[in-house]
Design a protein around this ligand. Structure first.
Ligand code: SF4
Ligand code: F3S
Length: 364
């Protein structure tokens, strides 16, 4: 259950040095596009924060989102911060089972009424669907979700299934799956899509809530702008090849070996908004495009149904890239936007743009 330990006390108990903690605060400020002058404030707020109760519900999902969060090679500050956020109920990680588990969920709700955060991964069979498609402890996903969120301060939909319906909602959608935002209408919701989402983005959203006591600024799909404000294409290190018209034509040609742009091999980076190109995966080790595979668009709605993973976008895509000025306004990663502005200036990349939608993928 939530206790009175502050986050600072908890981190010290877990052996996190002051230096490591400040490094995390600096990285968090940078990720959130906040000026360095905010670092002391972030540190102070995180140090004193009482750990909010988090109830994590997993519905129609593959457990990839939880795996993403827990698969680090060594304890990271982000991991410890997350561990320290009174994870009172988590279907996969909790020790309790059966009636004990459900009692823990109810206790967390009652003890923290109006203050706890509900994190959800997975979609749910929507109202009107057969509730038997997915139940936990004999309770339908829909009933458990609605019962749990009624006393919540906010809901964080983690992963594309929770945010947009994801794979369970893909045609023919046998369970009548819907996204969390389709049924929860009276609570602040943040979508953290991705299949799975980047762990630092999840902890970044929670850190923002701890520091400022409110959810971060969101885009029109309710994604935090600090992480989803620019496209993969905007931040991709292969972008200079795109701008020069140098494309790999297959996965084994000279262009692929030289690291040229993967656009013609189906990369959906130009219409995908996520932070993979800067935060990367596996403790910053690599990311799909760096490993030689195009982006699949996994943080966008309906990406499974769009398919065409190896078909090039059919419409010239310099048009979906925001201008450098818009990128700066969106306030993504400090320094990257400035770099893009220079690149755009030099390459003339900020031309007139059309819009490419998911429906247009693979129709060329
Ligand atoms: Fe990078 Fe893909 Fe854009 Fe090419 S199309 S620059 S590989 S994101
Ligand atoms: Fe997903 Fe594309 Fe990142 S497929 S993991 S958004 S590079």
């Amino acid at each position: 259950m939530a206790d009175s330990t502050t986050l600072g006390e908890s981190l010290r108990r877990n052996g996190v040095s002051r230096r490591g903690f400040l490094k995390f605060c600096a990285a968090t400020a940078s990720m959130m596009a906040l000026p360095p002058s905010m670092i002391p404030r972030i540190a102070e707020a995180l140090e004193k924060a009482r750990r909010p109760s988090v109830i994590w519900l997993s519905f129609q999902e593959c457990t990839g989102c939880t795996e993403s969060l827990t698969r680090s090679h060594a304890p990271t500050v982000e991991g410890l911060i997350f561990d320290s956020i009174s994870l009172d109920y988590h279907h996969t990680l909790q020790v309790a089972s059966g009636e004990q588990a459900e009692a823990a969920r109810e206790a967390a709700m009652h003890e923290n009424m109006g203050k706890y955060i509900v994190v959800v991964d997975g979609s749910i069979p929507g109202p009107g669907s057969n509730p038997g498609y997915s139940t936990i402890a004999g309770i339908s996903n829909y009933d458990m979700l609605m019962d749990t969120v009624k006393g919540a301060a906010a809901v964080v939909s983690v992963g594309t299934c929770a945010a947009f319906g994801g794979l369970p909602k893909a045609r023919p959608n046998p369970s009548g799956a819907v996204a969390i935002q389709d049924v929860v209408k009276d609570k602040p919701i943040v979508n953290v899509p991705g299949c799975p989402p980047i762990p630092q983005v999840i902890t970044g959203v929670l850190a923002h809530y701890l520091v400022f006591g409110k959810l971060p600024e969101l885009d029109s799909l309710k994604r935090p702008l600090a992480f989803y404000g620019q496209s993969i294409h905007d931040r991709c290190y292969r972008r200079p090849f795109y701008d020069k018209g140098l494309f790999a034509e297959n996965f084994n040609d000279e262009g692929a070996r030289k690291g040229w742009c993967l656009y013609r091999l189906g990369c959906k980076g130009p219409m995908t908004y996520n932070a993979c190109a800067t935060l990367k995966w596996g403790l910053g080790w690599s990311w799909p495009v760096e490993s030689g595979h195009g982006c699949l668009g996994c943080s966008e709605p309906d990406f499974w149904d769009a398919g065409g993973f190896y078909q090039a976008l059919s419409i010239p895509t310099s048009n979906v890239t925001r201008t450098a000025a818009a990128a700066v306004a969106a306030g993504a990663v400090i320094g990257v936007a400035a770099g893009l502005a220079n690149k755009a200036k030099k390459s003339g990349a900020a031309k007139k743009h059309q819009t490419v939608t998911v429906d247009q993928l693979g129709k060329g």
